[in-house]
Design a protein around this ligand. Structure first.
Ligand code: NAI
Length: 247
């Protein structure tokens, strides 16, 4: 026993092989959790899990948008690591386009990965959490789910949907000892934002009161707090971690 706040807790992190998900996996591993790192690419997931601090982590290849794969993954996690105490729904994609050019596939894929994916995992872990009368679910939404964003109707709708999912799950499961919150990152340096040009980054900084983009670790530290015992009286909340963009 290491005496850390998540000692021995099994934590699923979706999209855990890079970016914000990798930072969250690392922070939860540092807090003592056994991380079940989920990503689509098996090799990248396995390499990322092997590099996490501490021991007992596992990787799983799974498309979060596929309900059958998700329930099988949760079963495999429980068989290998034990009951799931923490679920972080982090996997997400963008398929940006202006509304009149947005294809059905672009809308549907984003909703399937970002919103349905979180629903799939949440439903699969919920029965066990309710039975044990403990568990924490944390959804990674986005500030654009709160404000909307031109050119991201699909993505903003999926992230706004996650806010509704978070609050509904929080209300439905509170009496069973299960908490559910969301973190809404602003602009964070990852592969997702690497596509922005220097000019776009400079323009963005002008909209951020704290004056810079965030780092994946800025999100991971907040997630570590919200899934841990220090946040035991917090549920149904959406916390923006965005350098003050949305107040
Ligand atoms: P990223 O593109 O670097 O990583 C996303 C991860 O999700 C990857 O590991 C990818 O393989 C995984 N993933 C995507 N679709 C999946 C699927 N169907 N099944 C399984 N895994 C899947 O992105 P980043 O920046 O690390 O984003 C992580 C989360 O944070 C996403 O939900 C994103 O929407 C959100 N976010 C990111 C912001 C940013 O500025 N980077 C801002 C606001 C929210």
């Amino acid at each position: 026993m290491s005496g850390k706040e998540l000692d021995g807790v099994v934590a699923i992190v979706t999209g855990g092989s890079r970016g914000i998900g990798l930072a969250i996996s690392t922070a939860l591993a540092e807090a003592g959790a056994k991380v079940a790192l989920v990503a689509r690419n098996a090799e990248r997931a396995s390499a990322a899990a092997a590099d996490l601090p501490g021991r007992g982590h596992q990787s799983y290849s799974c498309d979060v948008a596929d309900p059958a794969q998700v329930s099988e993954t949760v079963k495999s996690v429980e068989d290998a690591l034990g009951p799931v105490g923490v679920l972080v729904n982090n996997a997400g994609i963008t398929r940006d386009n202006i509304l009149i050019r947005m294809k059905d596939e672009e809308f549907d894929e984003v909703i399937a990965a970002n919103l349905k994916g979180a629903f799939n995992f949440t439903r699969s872990v919920t029965r066990g959490m309710m039975k044990r009368r403990e568990g924490v679910i944390l959804n990674i939404t986005s500030v654009v789910g709160l404000t909307g964003n031109a050119g991201q109707a699909n993505y903003a709708a999926s992230k706004a949907g996650l806010v509704g999912l978070t609050k509904s799950v929080a209300k439905e499961l509170a009496s069973r000892g299960v908490r559910c919150n969301a973190v809404a990152p602003g602009f964070i340096r990852t592969d997702m934002t690497d596509a922005l040009s220097e000019d776009q980054v400079e323009a963005l900084k002008g909209q951020i009161p704290l004056g810079s983009l965030g780092e994946p670790e800025d999100i991971a530290e907040v997630v570590r707090f919200l899934v841990g015992p220090g946040a035991r009286y917090i549920t149904g909340q959406v916390l923006a971690v965005d350098g003050g963009m949305v107040m």
